[in-house]
Design a protein around this ligand. Structure first.
Ligand code: GLA
Length: 726
């Protein structure tokens, strides 16, 4: 490990970041990628010399560089990192380094963090830049800009983004699109000259968020190719972008998207960008593993004991009938469910989605004795209790909106367009914030509530603050949301919170710093969920994804799926049920209980293992699974998402196991989900179970085994258990 003033080598796991920090101008990332080992100072100096380019034809007379905050002062002609001005002045600052602090990792194994303080006295600005590389090789940085001028004119910040360079071999891009019920749809194309700009003005992370924007070598996949991914950890308006300039500089960047005049810094005031994360790996799985390890190492990380949950939404919707809900609790407990969640409809005049939103008082109409009879019953059955809130939202037809119309976010005296018949409450108004917090606290004080499903069902449109003359406040609203979550978490230790937003519309690393899981999507159709889970795990680990088994006919797609497919899909996340169990047959209930027992038996591995994703043998076949950190066991899924065109002549290969150790690989064939399959001979004769085969991890990867013949929309799970370690 080597550190030299102004050239800092950060090293974490198998990743290196080499920063060149000149006395003037922004730091540049000379390298972000595979480990450089422990280079000597001389070799670091040589590296930094070696990358200096000649001056191009018809170019400025110094080599053009791209700093962590790209700037025109360094002759960079692409997207600037900082835009802003003081009434048209100080728009192109040139920062000088004041101090550099290098902090070591907790175990002193090397530098983990560099904090650089800059100043431009002419512009009246100071800038603090932090760059960290954690022990899992995950990079993150952020910038804090402060107005240090005495000038009474504030400094208006229009943009402050950070950019990480990627090498010329990164020729392809992968990021995500999506919509309600169809979150995280991958899109892939060449990394061409220009800017691939993903802007979000929804005031929430968005179902169409770029999520993780990757650049990689041609044909990169789950396992192969060098891949660099960037994530903007912010739940309000934000950007991700990839840019290639004609001088061959390639960057991946991100930051907050600021609305006009949103940030105006008076003397002494600061603006902090969100954290911009960067994960490099060989293959997308390695990129994902770094994010997962980072989240799992957080002090507030959730454990693997995620309780099996029943959410009543698709079972009863707004029909809050006490006896029916108690009956549902009985049925859930009998199956082994451990947490019961009462969804929308328990408060105010909320008998449908036209009315009552924002009045967080238990409805006397539907709950004359309060929620006590239900909660007492749920607790007696040994289950935890969870409750739905949508704290930032109001129906115009609500007590709160009638009493305080000025509390609605709007840029003009007229309210913005309705969405799901609702408007957004302006949490930047202290009284509005206190009103919501106190109403929520009153409910949390009266009832033993273990879990909140925190929803946010519309975009922010024309989100101005009326008391501030309609000024845009998405930035402050986002901070107020974080503050409210933090305040409630501090006041109710142990309270868990799910981040839901019309399904998976608020999934990012900043919301996950303070919440315990996300609702992946309102679409619980397992075929769609196979795709959504494949890509949602690119950023977050399985234990953070709410993953439910719904009724046979999907409420959002109308497709029917057998229980085996629904359950074998759902067990790779935080398992729940969202189904009117009173309508399930005895056979279905028996099978459901088996799946719940399976999940409980294996959740340590399912929710803690290393994610494994394999492009299947055919466009309609896909493989995924989880492997224990010590490689002693794995649970693997073979999924037919349609009728394959080429099976059964090919071989099923699995990587991820120890190549030299022997494993017993067995299909797990409980429930009725596997009926109709034609097993290959290696499964053996089934008695209680199929005996399977003993094979090494290397053989399984390089030789493989024959797949079964299966139907479309069918999954078979395999367990691989090490029988003979190396
Ligand atoms: C959103 C959520 C659903 C449900 C409804 C209730 O759509 O994503 O799961 O909670 O709100 O209105």
């Amino acid at each position: 490990m080597s550190v030299q003033h102004h050239r800092v080598h950060l090293h974490g796991a198998d990743v290196s970041v080499l920063l060149e920090i000149p006395p003037q101008g922004m730091p540049t990332m000379v390298h972000w990628g595979p480990s450089l080992g422990h280079p000597t100072q001389a070799s670091i100096d040589a590296l930094c010399q070696g990358i200096v380019t000649p001056v191009g034809h018809n170019a400025v007379d110094e080599p053009v560089i791209v700093g962590l905050i790209p700037s025109q002062a360094a002759a960079y002609s692409g997207q600037p990192g900082l835009t802003g001005s003081r009434g048209g002045r100080a728009w192109s600052p040139q920062f000088s380094l004041v101090t550099t602090q290098v902090r070591a990792t907790a175990d002193e194994s090397g530098p983990a963090q560099v904090v650089m303080a800059y100043r431009d006295d002419d512009a009246g600005l100071s800038l603090d830049l932090t760059v960290e590389l954690d022990r899992f090789g995950l990079l993150r940085s952020r910038a804090v800009l402060t107005n240090v001028s005495d000038d009474p004119e504030p400094y208006q910040v229009d943009r402050l983004v950070l950019a990480y360079p990627v090498p010329g071999e990164a020729r392809e891009l992968l990021d995500f699109a999506g919509r309600w019920g169809q979150e995280r749809v991958p899109q892939r194309h060449s990394f061409t000259v220009g800017t691939h700009l993903r802007e979000n003005r929804r005031g929430r992370t968005g179902a169409d968020s770029a999520y993780v924007l990757h650049a990689g070598t041609r044909g990169f996949g789950f396992e192969q190719g060098h891949v660099w991914g960037v994530h903007t950890a912010w739940s309000g308006n934000h950007v991700h972008y990839a840019e290639l300039t004609f001088d061959g500089l390639r960057v991946l960047g991100g930051g907050e998207l600021l609305l006009p005049g949103e940030i105006r810094l008076a003397t002494g005031e600061s603006y902090s960008s969100p954290w911009i994360y960067g994960s490099y790996g060989v293959g997308l799985d390695q990129v994902a593993h770094r994010f997962h390890r980072y989240l799992r190492a957080q002090p507030k990380a959730v454990g693997t004991d995620r309780p099996v949950t029943l959410n009543v939404w698709e079972a009863v919707y707004f029909d809050h009938d006490k006896d029916r809900l108690i009956d549902l609790a009985d049925r859930a407990a009998a199956l082994g469910v451990e947490r019961y969640v009462l969804d929308d409809g328990w408060f105010g005049s909320r008998r449908d989605d036209f009315s009552g939103l924002g009045d967080w008082v238990v409805s006397k109409e539907v709950w004359p004795d309060g929620l006590h009879p239900l909660i007492d019953h749920v607790k007696k059955l040994g289950m935890q209790f969870g409750l739905w809130f949508e704290p930032e939202m109001v129906n115009p037809d609500s007590d709160v909106a009638r009493a305080h119309p000025e509390w609605i976010l709007s840029a003009r005296p007229e309210w913005p367009v309705l969405s799901r018949h609702q408007q957004v409450l302006n949490l930047t108004i202290p009284e509005a914030y206190a009103h919501v917090r106190d109403q929520m606290r009153a409910v949390l004080d009266e009832y033993a509530i273990d879990y909140i499903k925190w929803d946010h069902n519309r975009d922010l449109v024309e989100a101005g603050s009326q008391p501030a003359g309609g000024r845009p406040v998405v930035h402050e609203q986002t901070l107020a949301f974080y503050r409210l979550v933090d305040e409630l978490k501090a006041a109710y230790p142990g309270l868990e919170i799910e981040s839901c937003s019309s399904g998976g519309g608020r999934v990012d690393l900043e919301v996950l710093e303070r919440t315990d899981r996300v609702w992946v999507s309102d679409c619980i159709d397992p075929l769609e969920r196979q795709m959504m889970m494949r890509w949602t795990t690119q950023l977050i680990p399985p234990e953070r994804m709410g993953s439910h088994i719904a009724s046979g006919v999907s409420h959002t797609t109308g497709r029917w799926h057998r229980l085996g497919f629904r359950a074998a899909t759902a067990v790779f996340g935080h398992l729940g049920i969202e189904w009117d169990l009173a309508k399930a047959s005895e056979d279905e209930l028996t099978e459901l209980a088996e799946w719940i027992a399976f999940y409980k038996q294996h959740r340590e591995l399912l929710l803690n293992g290393d994610l494994l994703r394999i492009d299947g043998l055919d466009d309609n076949v896909w493989q995924h699974g989880v492997v224990a950190h010590d490689r002693s066991k794995a649970i693997l899924a073979l999924v037919f998402t349609g009728e394959p065109k080429t099976l059964p002549g090919s071989r099923l290969r699995w990587r991820g196991l120890d190549p030299d150790a022997r494993y017993r690989v067995q299909p797990l064939t409980f429930g009725a989900g596997w009926s109709g399959m034609k097993p290959p001979p290696w499964w053996g004769e089934a008695e209680e179970e199929f005996p399977g085969i003993e094979i090494t991890g290397g053989e399984l990867e390089h030789v493989g085994v024959a797949p079964p013949v299966m139907h479309p929309d069918q999954v078979v799970l395999f367990e691989a258990v090490m029988v003979q370690p190396v």
